[in-house]
Design a protein around this ligand. Structure first.
Ligand code: WQD
Length: 327
């Protein structure tokens, strides 16, 4: 079995690629390297190209004997998606549709899709369940939901089956500190905390401490990227055994506040995290964390890493790779 991994040169894609290979499957990574890093692919078979290139997809499927796909490739900057919607709809939605049609024409029927908890927007209640209301508050989130729906129709009208994984907050780095998030482009909390604690930024800006939460700061569900990778392998196994199409939240089921992250970072690293309180960031919900029962029960998957593991792995990665894969 060979898995086509689109976007496999990215943060989550590269760590998942490594685990898929360790599970005994062959892989071929497709990435434009626009945001990904060639180094992150290592010695995995690699093709530089675009998911929208239907002829290329047909060639890669034929030459590598592809029979499964994990689809990560997408633009994912929420803010940019609101200032350049066309870039996001064209690349994420149209590109994915061309990919799925090329796969269908080539007889590939199993797809695991990298979706996001952002499709829930500001959740009406927590923990969030897959059956809860969907309320996309950004073009980025809307593109992910449109791709989910496209896969749903392929599932209804063809022999294609899919698993859509709605990630909560992916964080941390590979266990061996050789793969991780490129903090030069990320707006997420953990890379920003690491910049502050390692002296690459004067202080962390805490976006609001007046939320209706225990300590007033935003609460999220931080899932270790190695656990997230394991969820993709479990999804491939599920489809290979004939599993029907399904959408699953991927999270720990626990809420963690910004101040919790700061305190954990100070304890794990032994260093102070300089921070300053600022106003809330537009669109930030107070709380968003998963009800992970569906993935627990369907795949037998549950997280194995702790918040300490997230922080210590991120710290080790950013300490050894201050310039990402260009370090
Ligand atoms: C987490 C918490 C912030 C930065 C985003 C995307 C979502 C998904 C996950 C792709 C919030 C606070 C953050 C900082 C802070 N990505 N914060 N200072 O917004 O929950 O979700 O990443 O699928 O689509 O929207 O993650 O890490 O930006 O914020 O105080 O410098 O940390 O207010 O409470 P978010 P985040």
């Amino acid at each position: 079995m060979t898995v086509l991994i689109t976007g496999g040169a990215g943060y989550i894609g590269s760590i998942t690629t490594r685990l898929i290979r360790a599970s005994g499957r062959g892989v071929v990574v497709l990435d434009t390297l626009e945001n990904g890093h060639r180094k992150a692919v290592g010695d995995a078979p690699f093709v530089q190209g675009d998911i929208a290139d239907s002829d290329l997809i047909a060639r890669v499927v034929a030459e590598h004997g592809v029979d499964e796909v994990v689809h990560f490739a997408a633009y994912k900057a929420v803010g940019e998606s609101m200032s350049n919607p066309g870039k996001y709809f064209n690349n994420n939605v149209t590109g994915s549709q061309k990919l799925f049609e090329a796969l269908h024409q080539a007889g590939v029927t199993r797809v695991v899709f990298s979706s996001t908890a952002a499709v829930y927007g500001t959740p009406q209640s927590v923990p969030v369940r897959e059956t809860d209301a969907l309320s996309c508050e950004s073009v980025y989130a809307e593109t992910k939901l449109m791709i989910e729906k496209t896969l749903g129709w392929y599932s209804q009208t063809t022999d294609m089956r899919n698993v859509c994984l709605r990630y909560f907050n992916a964080a941390g780095a590979s266990d061996d500190s050789t793969l991780g998030e490129d903090w030069r482009f990320s707006q997420n909390l953990i890379p920003h905390v690491m910049k502050a604690v390692l002296g690459f930024a004067p202080a962390l800006t805490v976006f609001g401490n007046d939320f209706p939460t225990p300590d007033g700061t935003g609460v999220r569900d931080y899932i270790h990227v190695e656990d997230l990778a394991r969820a993709h392998v479990a999804a491939l196994d599920y489809l290979a055994k004939g599993g029907h199409s399904i959408t699953c939240n991927v999270g720990t089921g626990h809420g963690t506040s910004v101040m919790d992250i700061i305190a954990t970072t100070e304890r794990v690293t032994g260093k102070k995290v300089p921070y300053e309180i600022a106003g809330r960031r537009a669109g930030d919900p107070s709380e968003c964390y998963a009800d992970p029962r569906r993935i627990n029960e369907t795949f037998g998957w549950s997280p194995t890493r702790s918040l300490d593991d997230i922080i210590s792995s991120a710290y080790a990665w950013h300490t050894s790779h201050p310039h990402g894969h260009d370090s």
